[in-house]
Design a protein around this ligand. Structure first.
Ligand code: F6P
Ligand code: MG
Length: 443
């Protein structure tokens, strides 16, 4: 893209990208290896000696991968022959031609976004090359545990949702708006609970998410909730009984507590008449430790509906109904697990781009989606959001993201400097967040 600043990269020593590749990614790989090893007996029980041999081969592949990363070796083409492998391999060639033959595409020399995505695809290669362990989700234990560890917070949130649902028939616009603003913030802060930033360490929600909203308000650096309301309120029509259909697409991020906050937000949008349909977008294989796959999505709804708590299970039962009636649907697309940023979507995944165009609003959850929205580049903080999107404007969109990477656009003049003076880690600690909206490429 003409005039865009350089990509974030581990080649800048001491940068967050550098520390991620040097420290966090090897830790994640070690955990993956341990997890596979710990499940040795399960593989034996399920598949006999064949399972144990496959487990050993996968572990040796992953140990080699960790070594390639730590010694800054060349990035290798994929060999598993999966449908997306060709796209990855052409991307590698493109990256190589971009860097020039004198600078091989390696773990520390290349764009951070690319190599970090590549690591998760290589983990999958280790499994796909080794049936019968190819269906194993190496991050499953962490994701399901993080849901279970957040039970009290989930119960509190579901109870809130059920009370809101009961009050909605008599509720005024200002009450509905108030609830929307609250649930947008809950969904934003749900993004703190991802397992990638913590390198797989426990990271669940303990207290009620609603109780902390007031104290967190000062940490929301950009809050465009009003613009979100304006787009959605149009779906409620003119009050004469005519309601224009409005679909909201939620590009999901993490399983566990965050997914529940997204489901509650989606539930509210339907219940309040702010949307008539919700499409959730998830990943087609395990990704960035805690990202939602179809299995996580189904499991979470099932767990919620089967809960021992009256209001929690009421929510889960309602969500199942939405799915059955087609009001909600879950989708995955290979594009979400490619290294491409969203500026490439119109040309690389035109079908996906076209489907997003018919949404009234797109909600992008989390840090990685934000990095992909703005191309993971070293933008000045005052760059307008619509410019940093570099042509990605399928529909009005809003990012709900806690900051975990050195990129943030759309701030007021001086705001970034002020934050840097207060704390050097404001962009990477996950303590700050944005609800950042863009209506079109001209905004
Ligand atoms: O560096 C933190 C990190 O691993 C980033 O690489 C990535 O953007 C982020 O965590 C994942 O966070 P999220 O789940 O919010 O996308
Ligand atoms: Mg994630």
């Amino acid at each position: 893209f003409q005039g865009a600043p350089p990509s974030l990269s581990a080649k800048y020593e001491g940068s967050f990208a550098y520390l991620t590749i040097r420290d966090r990614l090897p830790t994640i790989l070690t955990k993956v290896i341990d997890t596979i090893h710990r499940n040795k007996n399960k593989f034996f029980e399920e598949y006999g000696e064949e399972g144990v041999q496959a487990e050993k081969r996968a572990i040796s592949f992953l140990s080699k991968l960790r070594n390639e990363l730590q010694t800054d070796k060349r990035v290798l083409p994929l060999t598993d022959g999966q449908e997306d492998a060709e796209t990855w391999n052409s991307y590698l060639q493109y990256q190589q031609s971009h860097q020039g033959e004198l600078s091989p595409v390696s773990w520390f020399s290349s764009p951070w976004l690319y190599v970090e995505c590549y690591m998760y695809r290589r983990i999958q290669e280790a499994l796909w090359l080794n049936p019968p362990v190819n269906e194993f989700d190496v991050f499953w234990e962490g994701k399901s545990q993080s849901f279970l560890d957040s039970t009290a917070a989930i119960t509190a949130l579901c109870t809130h949702m059920e009370l809101v649902r009961r009050g909605l028939t008599h509720s005024s616009d200002s009450h509905t708006l108030d609830q929307l603003f609250k649930l947008l913030q809950v969904s934003l802060w749900g993004n703190k609970c991802d397992l990638s930033i913590s390198a797989g360490q426990e990271n669940s929600q303990k207290g009620s998410p609603l109780d902390s909203l007031d104290s967190l308000r000062a940490f929301v650096l950009v809050n465009h909730s009003k613009q979100v309301w304006s787009v959605l309120a149009a779906a409620r029509g003119d009050g004469q009984g005519q309601r224009s259909p409005g679909r909201v697409d939620i590009v999901l991020d993490n399983a566990g507590f965050e997914l529940v906050t997204d489901l509650v937000l989606a539930d509210f949008l339907i219940a309040a008449g702010l949307a008539t349909e919700i499409r959730f977008h998830g990943k087609s294989f395990p990704w960035f430790v805690s990202d939602v796959t179809a299995r996580d999505f189904e499991w979470t709804i099932l767990q919620t509906s089967a809960a021992n708590h009256k209001w929690m299970s009421a929510c889960g039962v309602q969500w199942k109904r939405y799915l059955k009636e087609g009001v909600w649907s879950y989708h995955d697309h290979a594009f979400w697990t490619l290294p491409h940023d969203f500026g490439d979507m119109a040309s690389s995944a035109p079908d996906l781009y076209a489907s997003l165009r018919s949404a009234r609003l797109l909600l992008f959850k989390g840090d990685l989606n934000y990095r992909k929205l703005v191309g993971d580049r070293d933008w000045p903080h005052t760059t307008p959001f619509h410019l940093a999107l570099r042509g990605f404007h399928p529909a009005p969109l809003c990012s709900l993201r806690t900051l975990k990477a050195n990129v943030q656009v759309g701030l007021e003049a001086g705001q970034g400097e002020e934050l840097s003076t207060a704390t050097s880690t404001w962009m990477t600690s996950g303590s700050y967040g944005v609800i950042q909206f863009c209506s079109s490429d001209r905004e």
